[in-house]
Design a binder for this molecule. Structure first.
Ligand code: ADP
Ligand code: MG
Ligand code: MG
Length: 243
């Protein structure tokens, strides 16, 4: 069975609101998949349902074929790492190193191993030189990379990145993507929510396009990006990177 499967998922935040309408999608182990769609299409909602922040009004979410409806947010987080869209909550004076080490320490990982893993991830995320800075002193793009690093050190089976390339410069973006590719090569499954055509074409095995809570397209990035109707409806952009 697929590593993740959504079967006939419907959901609304409020009564009579249909954000997702009988949505079906399948993600296979080791895939790097993009989920695209214009603002409000329901992309973030999909990830929040997968992670258990909200419950679907109908349908099921399966992991390796097993319905995970009864699994808590915490249980899901052990296997599915979620990098949220917006890092603006990162205003603490905690040092960057301690922030990224937190998850491993909570798992009781020995300090030596914590140090090794955190240093490796900080390097690939272009954050190593800031390791003794307080989080609050970092830029928006750096904070976003801190949220990614905090998830990556935990080596989740599946990582969902909501708009990973927004506000990133080209060098850090490339380094991070190369590292994600390495982890993917080791069996990690990567789901990226994005408007970024370059990201999709360069890195994704497949792209799923959402529009008004239903699946508009599910195809290779090449075929998606040559379909002008889909590109328009999904509001795909040339790139969201800084020069
Ligand atoms: P996307 O990530 O594709 O931009 P979202 O999943 O964030 O879209 O939102 C899908 C729809 O659900 C939008 O119409 C949005 O206004 C609505 N929505 C999102 N979050 C909430 C919320 N917490 N309460 C009510 N409506 C929401
Ligand atoms: Mg949005
Ligand atoms: Mg969103």
């Amino acid at each position: 069975p697929p590593i993740l499967e959504l079967r006939d998922i419907s959901f609304g935040y409020e009564k009579n609101q249909q954000v997702l309408d009988k949505l079906n999608l399948c993600i296979h182990k080791g895939e790097m998949v993009c989920i695209a769609g214009r603002n409000g299409a329901g992309k973030s909602t999909v990830s929040k349902l997968i992670c258990g922040f909200y419950k679907p009004s109908s349908g099921s979410i399966r992991m390796h074929g097993r319905d995970i409806a009864q699994d808590t947010i915490k249980e899901r987080a052990e296997r599915i790492g979620f990098v949220m869209q917006n890092p603006n909550h990162m205003i603490s004076k905690t040092l960057l190193y301690d922030e990224v080490a937190l998850g491993l320490r909570l798992r009781g990982c020995p300090e030596e191993l914590v140090r090794e893993r955190v240093h490796q991830v900080l390097k690939v995320c272009g954050l190593y030189v800031f390791r003794s800075w307080p989080i609050s002193a970092l830029s928006y793009g750096q904070k976003k990379r801190v949220t990614i690093a905090s998830i990556l050190v935990l080596e989740p089976e599946v990582i969902i990145l909501d708009e990973p390339t927004a506000a990133q410069d080209y060098r850090h973006y490339n380094e991070m993507m190369e590292f994600l590719l390495t982890l993917r090569g080791q069996g990690m499954t990567v789901i990226m929510i994005t408007h970024d055509m370059h990201l999709m074409l360069e890195y994704a095995d497949r792209a799923i396009v959402l529009a008004d809570g239903v699946k508009l397209a599910d195809d290779s990035p090449e075929r998606i990006l040559t379909n002008t109707d889909v590109v328009k409806k999904a509001n795909l952009k040339e790139t969201s990177l800084f020069a």
